[in-house]
Each structure stands twice: as C-alpha cells, then as structure tokens.
Design a protein. Structure first.
Length: 276
C-alpha cells in the first residue's frame, strides 16, 4: 500500500528532497514544540472565532479559513522563516528561479461533519498556462492539532505530480497524512491533495498553511494588502523580502514614488520604503 513517508529535522536535507521529488510530499515530524503550538493557537483563535465557515464544496461548509498571518501572528512569522523549511525551499525551487517568495498564508480549521475537499493541484491558481516541467511551489501544512484520518487529516496522492493531468486516483491511492501536532507536511504544487473529512463529534483540525513560490510569479495572497507597508515596517527585513517587498530579479518589482519631490525616488528596490 502506498504511504507518505515521515522524516525528522535531523535527517539529511538531500534525503528529504529526494522523497519530495519522488512522491510529491513528505512529512517532517515534530518541527514545532508545544510552546510554539500554544502561541499560534492563542494568536489565531480570536480571528477564527469571528470568521465564517465556507460556502461551497471546495472551501467547505464546516471549515473556517483566515489569512494575513504575517500581520496577525508573530509565531507564524517565525515559522515562515524557519531555517530548515527555507533551506529546503531554496534548494527545491532554485532550479526554476533565482529566488522564491511567500505565496500564501492561511489557517484552516476543519470542523465536525465536514466532507472531503475536492482533490486538486495548487498550481491551478495560474490556470493551465505553466509548463508542467516547471515546478511552481514548495508548500507546507503545519499541524497545530493532531492530524488523524477521523478529524480531517489532509489527503494526498503520492506520485500524482508525475501523472497526466486528467488521470484520477483510485481509492487505494489516496492517503491520509496523519501526523502529530507540531509536524509539517511539505509538498509541491503539482501533487493531488485536499482536506479530509472530519467524522468526529467535536474535534476541530487546525493547520497553518505557508506556501512559497518562484520569485517571478504572481502570489496567490496579495501580501502588500494583507500586510501593508505600515505593518511591514515593523517586521524583520528578511521577512519583508520573503513576503515580496523586494525585487524578484534585476529589475522585477521596482517602484517609483508618486509624489512630486526635489529628490524623487525612481526605479527603487521596495526595501527603500523602510530605510530611515
């Protein structure tokens, strides 16, 4: 039977990346400690409590989703900059781009009586225009609660990133990514996956999704509205660059100040905004 493999933070990065290339996904166990998990819950719960559940089959009718995690959660900021995750991401995406950027941030709480989400490939946000030989994403799902088959653990189809786009999986090929709280599943933008069904009476499966993409692609979440410059000014420069307050190439992403000035800002790197 096909399974998704588990590794630890102490395993060689090359080994983790080999599995990612082969299967399209791999779980790294116990990346976050209990203190980080508690802090993330405390920071995100107020936003989840006032958020409404989804209204269609894809977003779910018993599932809550919130974004803007870089503005809302200091611990999620640390998670976005996690050294191991960023090292793996850089190595994985470097064959397609000179750099990478934060693409998408979201907390997802799957409640009781939720059905399985439609299996999908995340690269679909750019339509069908991207050549399949280019891998667009390095994505992460961090388990803030335990992930079980019963409470809605993410479903994934290992190896499906190499399939023809029209091939459908058999029931036996769909795997529940069961993992302990604090573990992280990394996967690419081409593998089939989706939220699992929550058949429990009272459990809410909570996850933080942080996805990264090539520096020359449009981000799914507009980071400059979710975390505008006045908020970004208080963040570390490294995180701002990761969010896209940077140039994605020699001139990609420059800006000019709209004001009339004796010393105009022209064709500048976005980091110029934050220089004092």
């Amino acid at each position: 039977m096909v399974q998704i493999e588990h590794r630890t933070v102490n395993d060689p990065e090359s080994e983790i990346l080999t599995i990612l290339e082969r299967d399209g996904g791999v779980i790294i166990d116990e990346v976050l400690d209990s203190g980080a998990i508690i802090q993330i819950r405390e920071e995100l719960t107020p936003y989840l409590e006032v958020s409404k559940s989804g209204s269609n089959e894809f977003s779910g009718f018993q599932t809550k989703r919130i974004g803007a995690l870089m503005a809302r959660s200091p611990m999620c900021r640390e998670l976005a900059m996690h050294p191991l995750i960023n090292s793996l991401c850089s190595r994985y995406l470097s064959q397609y781009s000179d750099g990478y950027q934060l693409h998408f941030t979201q907390a997802v709480s799957i409640g009781p009586d939720e059905d399985c989400q439609i299996l999908h490939r995340d690269r679909g946000v750019w339509g069908n225009y991207m050549n399949r030989s280019i891998e667009t994403q390095f994505s992460t799902i961090s388990a803030i609660s335990e992930f079980t088959r019963a409470n809605g653990a993410t479903q994934i189809v290992p190896g499906s990133h190499k399939w023809h786009k029209d091939r459908l999986p058999s029931k036996e090929e769909i795997i529940s990514a069961e993992m302990s709280a604090g573990s992280i599943m990394i996967y690419n933008g081409s593998v089939l996956h989706g939220g699992g069904a929550n058949t429990t009476a009272a459990e809410h499966r909570l996850a933080v999704l942080l996805h990264y993409t090539l520096s020359w692609l449009r981000q799914e979440e507009n980071q400059y509205l979710s975390c505008p410059p006045d908020v970004a000014a208080e963040l570390p420069a490294e995180l701002r660059r990761l969010m896209g307050y940077s140039q994605g190439g020699p001139v990609l992403g420059f800006f000019s100040s709209p004001e009339l000035s004796a010393s105009p800002v022209e064709l500048a790197d976005p980091e110029h905004l934050f220089r004092k």
